[in-house]
Design a protein around this ligand. Structure first.
Ligand code: FE
Length: 201
């Protein structure tokens, strides 16, 4: 089955306007889903003789494969981004407790996440890495760069300019602060609970 849009547009949020979310969700996120479907369809139709022209500088297959991971991660990370935004409240829950345990304090984690959000060109991502069973803040400069295989993203902070320029101009820090104000910790914990199910097996 083709990939579907499966989160929702959060609309007007504190510090993130409905206009930003309308464009971000309706055009950009939806665009990644559509492109992923288009690319997969085209890969499926590639002719056996075309595989013989595979080339790392340029080939039709190279273009499709490069686009495939960009679109797939664009879809996956935006799904996460929109599924945890809205109904903001004070940080709470199981992941919050795990953050406190690992970082020692909320401020310590928050300051690091903000800093990575300022250094990244695409995403700052809190993820659970099954290779050491720890939480990590990873930096991604593009959708298909910076991901760590097997790690599960839990909080995806989009720092591409499209996420904040309409509302904050170049003040990315103000947007990152707004992002945290709007986080839905219940939704985050639901996702975190699925890791615990895997880990306990
Ligand atoms: Fe985005």
């Amino acid at each position: 089955m083709a990939h579907q849009i499966n989160s929702r547009n959060p609309g007007e949020l504190m510090g993130i306007s409905a206009r930003t979310n309308d464009i971000h969700y309706g055009k950009l996120y939806a665009g990644y889903v559509a492109k992923r479907n288009e690319i997969e369809e085209k890969i499926g139709k590639i002719k056996p003789y075309e595989l013989e022209f595979a080339n790392q500088t340029y080939s039709k297959l190279r273009g499709l494969k490069e686009g495939e991971t960009f679109a797939a991660n664009g879809m996956i990370l935006h799904q996460l981004y929109f599924s945890i935004l809205g109904n903001g409240g004070k940080p709470a829950g199981e992941l919050y407790k795990a953050i406190l345990k690992q970082w020692g304090s909320w401020e310590s984690y928050y300051n690091e996440m903000v800093a990575v959000g300022l250094t990244a060109r695409g995403w700052a991502i809190l993820a659970f890495d099954f290779s050491d069973m720890k939480l990590h803040i990873f930096q991604a400069d593009a959708q298909n760069q910076g991901g760590v295989w097997g790690a599960m993203p839990l909080i995806a902070l989009d720092v591409y300019e499209h996420a904040y320029f309409i509302d904050h101009g170049s003040n990315r820090k103000a947007y990152i602060e707004a992002f945290f104000e709007n986080l839905n910790w219940e939704a985050i914990d639901k996702r975190y609970a699925s890791i615990k199910t895997v880990v306990s097996k």
